[in-house]
Design a protein around this ligand. Structure first.
Ligand code: 13P
Length: 252
């Protein structure tokens, strides 16, 4: 079976975006993407929950897909402030990020919680983007690969496949800092994840591995060319179509 992997350029808007400016940006992005005959990569925007439905409606006939930033493990119930994977899907989402380091840190999410959320995404037919990444302290202590191994092994559902799961490697110290690992460092971590996945999944060679952390137009081409890097998860530079497009353009 071929291990060819279609690249995925995903934007994570985090807690940013009100209706008026967001409508403008998603229209701009959808218009740019629609001009490409057959885009060679998947393009995804994960807006805050309040904008999911509107962004999905606007991008419906374009190559731009929409996803959630998080979901609760349960389908429904007494969980004030949470949204379920079913709700993300109902709003037009196709993907759902789970286990982002900001949720692991701000909400104390464990690998087990992240796995339950990924299972919820799978239950409803969403593709889970499972995030992993070491802190600066862990990196300085030489523990990067151990941390990544632990997160990958314990955050992935047993039923994860290349079709329902994407893994995003986001070193915590590279998020929003303008710092990025060297291409060699990214290559080493991605190779490690790929190798580790072989013991966990039958189709591990086809799982897409994204890099995230201070990706921007000026460094995207170099990062996207690294072996086993199958796309990007972009924060700040995904908020405006004019900043995001050059990143998409490296793969299109
Ligand atoms: P930045 O691109 O702003 O560093 O954020 C990366 C990220 O956390 C995407 O999920």
């Amino acid at each position: 079976m071929s291990d060819e992997r279609r690249k995925l350029i995903a934007g994570n808007w985090k807690m940013n975006g009100l209706v008026d400016t967001s409508v403008m940006e998603i229209k701009d992005l959808a218009a740019r993407a629609s001009k490409i005959d057959t885009p060679a990569c998947d393009i995804l925007i994960c807006p805050p929950a309040t904008l999911l439905r509107e962004m999905a409606r606007i991008s419906l006939d374009s190559p731009v897909q929409i996803g959630g930033q998080d979901c609760h493990p349960n389908e429904k119930g007494a969980h004030t402030g949470d949204i379920s994977a079913e709700m993300v899907k109902d709003a037009g989402g196709k993907f759902c990020i789970v286990g982002h380091s900001e949720r692991r840190a701000d909400h104390g999410e464990s690998n087990e919680t992240v796995r339950a959320k990924a299972e919820a995404a799978h239950r409803t037919g969403l593709i889970a983007i499972v995030c992993v990444g070491e802190t600066l302290e862990e990196r300085d202590a030489g523990k990067t690969l151990d941390v990544i191994t632990d997160q990958v092994r314990n955050s992935l559902p047993a039923a994860a496949t290349a079709a329902n799961t994407v893994i995003a490697y986001e070193p915590v110290w590279a998020i929003g800092t303008g710092k990025t690992p060297t291409a060699d460092d990214v290559k080493a971590v991605h190779a490690h994840i790929r190798k580790d996945l072989a013991g966990l999944m039958n189709d591990s060679g086809r799982v897409r591995l994204l890099y995230g952390g201070s990706v921007k137009g000026s460094n995207a081409a170099e990062l996207m060319a690294v072996e086993n890097v199958d796309g990007a998860l972009v924060g700040g530079a995904s908020l405006k179509a004019e900043d995001f497009w050059p990143i998409v353009n490296t793969c299109i």
